[in-house]
Write a protein that binds this ligand. Sequence first.
Ligand SMILES: [Zn+2]
Length: 199
Amino acid sequence: MGTGSIRNHRAAIREYMAEHGVSYTTAKRAVETPTAAAAAGGPPDDGFGGHEFEYESHTDLFRCHLCREYEVTARADGGPISPCPGLPGYGGETERVYLLLHENPRKRDGGGAGLARRIWASGIGRTVRFCYRDGRWLIESAPGVVDELQRQIAKIPCTLPDGSTAPAFTATEQIAFAEGQRILAENYAAYVAKYGPPR
Ligand SMILES: [Zn+2]
């Protein structure tokens, strides 16, 4: 690929981002992958090594919003991409575990974005694509910090229809990586069945 075509390629990705309001990673996947490539078995491996790159306008580069590494550095020497170490709060641990949260069924409708923000604010856990279905949240974390995350999540409140507050999650279960991946694949299949492959 010559310099000109790389520029066109990046312009196409940026155009897609603007048009659809999606992240760089999602846009790049859509531009580079035929739409049928999203197999029903689970979210496709996107070749980004777990990084989630976003465009940073003041450097004109793409940077992972989890580990803060730039894509050009992660792909140094044209070799395979270095795996994303995830959130700094994971302490460089590469193993991943999950918490399965049961949303309080009495919770007033809405407020999901606020709950997701509270989880991200912990710095040691995060929502991932297709993590939510039918009142269950699958939250990614790392083995060394998942107990602390569980303690913090137990304190997150929600509002009930009568205006009083209660715990937002009535139960949390620690889930091994493979089981978490299985749940994500199920959630993804349910999403595709309802809305079609994500763009
Ligand atoms: Zn990263």
